[in-house]
Design a protein around this ligand. Structure first.
Ligand SMILES: O=C([O-])CC(=O)C(=O)O
Ligand SMILES: [Mg+2]
Length: 260
């Protein structure tokens, strides 16, 4: 299946501030309930794997649709004047419709039933754009939604998870830049667990098969620059499930960051 799952995503929903140490490192308040934002499908890129030819893009464009196999192999593009931060995150891939679930009827075991699998993702963030939006009460769409701001791995079917009974405590996420470790966190540290995330979103926005949910980043976020190489790994109970690597380039085109 590999990258075909990306063709079915109708929306990409990202939970913010779900790990205490990340909230602290950016001096943010802890939300009273989960909150989220959306990323556009045009922000998706996939690793340039051996044998997977880099997709030809029309001159100067940064996105031209997913390939027929769902991939969009290419580098991370850093827009001019933008401080881009990496945020490594576990992604859930929905398999069922979930709508208006309640805390009583949506339990941790319902997570396994409602998803088809997982992916490893980087919720890239234009931190200076986001900081300005936070100050001014503006949306985060630009800061989170630039082309290439969602590097994502191949699909990991849920059947490949060994401990299906305890997904919440199963995963470790790591990320390094130019070989230097930056992020290393485990999903047992989430403030809002996976079942609460799905249930809460579904009370406002119904989840559909194929939708992608990013579950928040652990501590250690930091800047990446053109010329850097970033790598990330996802482990389940000590076993490597997937890893991925991306180069960083300058974004072509006219965009230069200016205050709104
Ligand atoms: O940009 C942020 O700090 C919010 C967020 O996405 C996260 O916590 O993963
Ligand atoms: Mg994030």
């Amino acid at each position: 299946m590999s990258y075909n799952y990306l063709k079915s995503a109708k929306k990409i929903i990202c939970i913010g501030r779900n790990y205490a140490a990340h909230i602290k490192e950016l001096n943010n308040p802890t939300p009273k309930q989960p909150f989220f934002f959306l990323k556009p499908i045009s922000s998706v890129i996939t690793p340039i794997a051996p044998g997977l030819a880099r997709k030809e893009l029309p001159r100067d464009s940064s996105y031209h649709g997913l390939s027929v196999d769902g991939s969009n192999a290419g580098p991370i593009l850093i827009p001019s004047g933008v401080k881009v931060h990496h945020e490594v995150e576990l992604a859930l891939i929905m398999d069922k419709y979930v709508s208006n679930a309640t805390e009583e009827n949506f339990t941790p075991s319902d997570v396994y039933d409602s998803i088809s699998g997982f992916a490893l993702a980087l919720d890239l963030t234009a931190r200076n754009v986001q900081d300005e939006a936070k100050r001014k009460g503006l949306p985060w769409s630009i800061g989170k939604g630039f082309d290439t701001f969602l590097p994502i791995s191949k699909f990991i079917p849920k059947e490949s998870i060994v401990n299906k009974q305890d997904l919440q405590n199963a995963f470790r996420l790591t990320c390094s830049v130019n070989g230097e470790p930056r992020q290393d966190g485990t999903t047992d540290m989430m403030l809002n667990p996976l079942h609460k995330i799905i249930q809460h979103i579904s009370t406002m926005i119904s989840l559909e098969p194929g939708d992608i949910i990013l579950t928040g980043t652990p501590a250690g976020v930091g800047e990446i620059h053109p010329g850097d190489t970033i790598s990330a790994e996802l482990y389940e109970n000590g076993k490597l499930l997937v890893d991925m690597k991306f180069d960083c380039d300058k974004r072509p085109g006219p965009y230069v960051y200016k205050e709104t």
